[in-house]
Every structure is written in structure tokens, then in C-alpha cells.
Design a protein around this ligand. Structure first.
Ligand code: TXA
Ligand code: MG
Length: 384
């Protein structure tokens, strides 16, 4: 058999898709995945938030493969996943008293805590910084994998860098087929948005990313938690100072625009945008809360319901899948209605805002729509 040059190896790798019961995963499948992790390979697995792309967090070469497979810049640090909070001392230097309470209340679950990195963790996990982000996932498949390999697993979301996070194994394969060893297919994830990230290594705690645990629930234990009023946006070169806050994140191929304000005015503006863009030969898709759906019945274009805005759990669960669905339908522009802030709404708004790369149209304020859209489609700048 002809020898294959090593540098091409991951392009031709056969990704093994192993179906597992999300509640009671088959130990044989878990053993295959655990052997891949122990052997330095990459395994995608479901967590309760999104699918993660895992590697042995103690092995720098394995961790490096995550960055390569995802085409993720080495400056963006990864989250380390543990089977139980009692393994924290394997990956961090010291455990502040408040972590005990946070762990009891929110672990296993969608809360990630940034602490001072311990000796054994591969430095590239945290992109060379002295801190490490840690969480104990609640999904039985993630838990079984962590127990079977008895290692901390570094895992970012299992998507190509700056694309939408995967909430199904098919999403993972759409981005990473042939680039990873195994995907454990445990069906769709339940929360649908990534974990909340809090940094406990600064003078007072800072919310780095809104997510599955609403910040409102953290104030009991972290009364001085600093919550940025608006999404924190880092410019392209600034990623190292504020990891994970790059504007171009969660971006579909289509241009996304968030429509803010009154439902009836939004419907009228959507019609005007549609007319202008259809004229230019462009296709438009809409993502609207279910209760606004009837308003759009006569609109001749793709309209997808995001779930009832009174049920933010449902909106969060399917948001990324619906964005992917609209994106793969081939539309050029996606108009997405904004949801109210508060609870999970804050995280949903954050992800939509990033998918839109900051492009928000206030439907109640007058706009030079034609000029705005021309800039949007022509030079891909960020018109406001
Ligand atoms: O729900 C989740 O958190 C999923 C599942 C797989 O656990 N993981 C995930 O990972 O979303 P990722 O890499 O896509 O996002 C991790 C976030 C990024 O914003 C990253 O910059 C931040 O956590 N982060 C990781 N380590 C950090 C550190 N040491 N200091 C500051 N931020 C950190
Ligand atoms: Mg991610």
C-alpha cells in the first residue's frame, strides 16, 4: 500500500459515527471513544449545551489537533471538562471557597468557571495564559466518556472556527467529517446554547459569556459579579486580550440582520427589504417568534419560526439548528427578530447579535434602507 504523507493524514481520516442512547450510552461505544481520547485522537460528543470536540487536556499534541481540525487560532483558549467537581484539583492551582457553592448548585451543568491553571494541563489548552476554564457537563454521554477515559477533556464547540455551534451530530459532520476520529451521536442537545463563562481570576468575578445559566441566578453566590451591559466585542487583533468575544462568531454564510422593535413595523420593513433585495436578485429568509408567524403569511419567502418568545428554552434549543437550516436553504440575507433580554434571552440575543456581526436595524427609526442594504451586500462592512 502506498504511504500517505503525514500532513495529508487528517484530510482522509474516516470519521466513525457511533450512535448512542443519550440517557444510557452503550459502554462498548463509549470504550471506543475513550480509547481514541487516550490515544491522542479527537472525539466529538454531545453535552447538554452543544456538541464538543474533545481531546486529552494533559497532552499538548492532542490539544493541538483540536486547533488544526477546527481551524481555530491558537490564541483562543479551550474549556476543560471534568467527570466530577472532585477532579478540580487535577487541573487548577487553587479552589476559591465560592467554587464549592457554585459547583453544588450548578454542576453538573452549563456553567464554566475560569480559575488559575494547574501544572498538568497542556499550556495550549489555555492558549498559553495562566488560567483555565473548567466545567462539569450534565449530559450522560459526556459524563460516561469522561469516566471511561479518566482524563480531563479539553473541548471547544465541535464546529469550524467562527461558524455556528453544532447541536446535532450531523452538524458536527457537516463541518468536521474526515477531520476527526469519532463522533458520538446522542441526538440533539437540549439547551442548544453554550455554557455561561465566569472568570474568577480577576479582582472581582466577571461574566465573560452569557449562556445556559442565566446571570441572574449567579448573583446569590457572586453578588459582585460584573455583567457587561452590552455584548463585549473584540476587534480582530484583540482576541488574545478578550478571548471568545470576536464579533465574527456564530456566523452563517448568509448575512444576518437583527430587526429590533415593534412587530408590525418589523413586518413592514421586512417587506421593503424583500422588495429591494428581490430586485437585486437576492433571496431573503426570516427567523421570527412563533406568535409573529401569522403576520408573515403573505410574504413570499422562507419564514422560519424560532419558537414562542414566551418559551425561551425552546428558542434556545433550536436557534442554531434554525440558523443552519436557513443558511443551507441558500438565502443571501437572514432577517432575525430580536428577543427580549433577561434569563436565557440575554444569551439568545448575544448569539443573534454575533451571527449578525453587530448589524441591527431599529425598525422604529427612519433609515436610508436602500443605501444600508447596498452597503450590506456590496462591501460586507457593518452598516448601522
Ligand atoms: O457549552 C460549552 O461551553 C461548550 C461545550 C462543548 O462545553 N463549549 C464551548 O467551547 O462553547 P468554546 O471553545 O466554543 O468556547 C469557550 C469559551 C470561549 O469564549 C473562550 O474564549 C472562553 O470560553 N475561554 C476558555 N478558556 C478561557 C480562559 N482561560 N480565559 C478566558 N476565557 C476562556
Ligand atoms: Mg465555540
Amino acid at each position: 500500500m502506498a504511504r500517505i504523507p503525514l500532513r495529508y493524514a487528517f484530510h482522509i481520516m474516516q470519521t466513525q459515527r457511533l450512535y448512542v442512547d443519550p440517557h444510557q450510552p452503550d459502554p462498548a461505544a463509549i470504550a471506543v471513544a475513550a480509547a481514541a481520547i487516550t490515544g491522542g485522537q479527537l472525539v466529538a460528543f454531545p453535552t447538554e449545551t452543544v456538541y464538543g470536540l474533545g481531546a486529552n487536556a494533559l497532552d499538548p499534541a492532542a490539544v493541538e489537533r483540536i486547533f488544526t481540525a477546527k481551524q481555530r487560532p491558537g490564541t483562543d483558549p479551550l474549556i476543560v471538562h471534568l467527570a466530577t467537581a472532585s477532579h478540580l484539583d487535577r487541573v487548577v492551582q487553587e479552589i476559591p471557597a465560592v467554587v464549592q457553592g457554585l459547583a453544588e448548585r450548578f454542576w453538573p451543568g452549563p456553567l464554566t468557571i475560569v480559575l488559575h491553571r494547574g501544572q498538568g494541563v497542556a499550556p495550549n489548552v489555555s492558549a498559553g495564559r495562566s488560567t483555565v476554564a473548567v466545567r462539569v457537563p450534565a449530559h450522560p454521554v459526556a459524563h460516561a466518556l469522561l469516566v471511561a477515559c479518566n482524563l480531563p477533556i479539553a473541548a471547544p464547540s465541535a464546529n469550524l472556527f467562527s461558524r455556528i455551534s453544532p447541536t446535532t451530530a450531523q452538524h458536527v459532520l457537516d463541518d468536521l467529517d474526515g477531520r476527526i476520529a469519532v463522533v458520538l451521536d446522542g441526538g440533539p442537545t437540549t439547551i442548544g446554547l453554550e455554557s455561561t463563562v465566569v472568570d474568577l481570576t480577576q479582582a472581582s468575578p466577571v461574566l465573560l459569556r452569557p449562556g445556559g445559566v442565566p446571570a441572574e441566578l449567579l448573583f446569590d453566590l457572586l453578588p459582585d459579579l460584573h455583567v457587561p451591559a452590552a455584548p463585549v466585542i473584540a476587534a480582530e487583533g484583540e482576541a488574545a486580550a478578550a478571548p471568545g468575544t470576536l464579533l465574527k462568531h456564530y456566523a452563517p454564510r448568509a448575512a444576518v440582520v437583527v430587526l429590533r422593535g415593534n412587530a408590525v413595523a418589523a413586518r413592514a420593513l421586512a417587506q421593503a427589504i424583500l422588495d429591494l433585495l428581490h430586485h437585486a436578485g437576492k433571496r431573503v429568509g426570516l427567523l421570527v417568534p412563533d406568535e409573529e408567524f401569522p403576520l408573515y403569511a403573505e410574504l413570499h419567502t422562507e419564514v422560519v419560526g424560532m419558537g414562542p418568545s414566551a418559551d425561551l428554552l425552546a428558542v434556545a434549543r433550536y436557534l442554531f439548528a434554525r440558523l443552519r437550516e436557513l443558511d443551507s436553504s441558500g438565502v443571501d440575507v437572514i432577517l432575525a427578530r430580536e428577543v427580549a433580554a433577561g434569563g436565557l434571552g440575554t444569551a439568545i440575543r448575544d448569539r443573534l447579535f454575533r451571527a449578525a456581526e453587530g448589524k441591527i436595524l431599529d425598525v422604529d427609526a427612519p433609515t436610508d434602507l436602500a443605501g444600508w442594504l447596498a452597503r450590506l451586500l456590496l462591501d460586507n462592512s457593518t452598516p448601522r
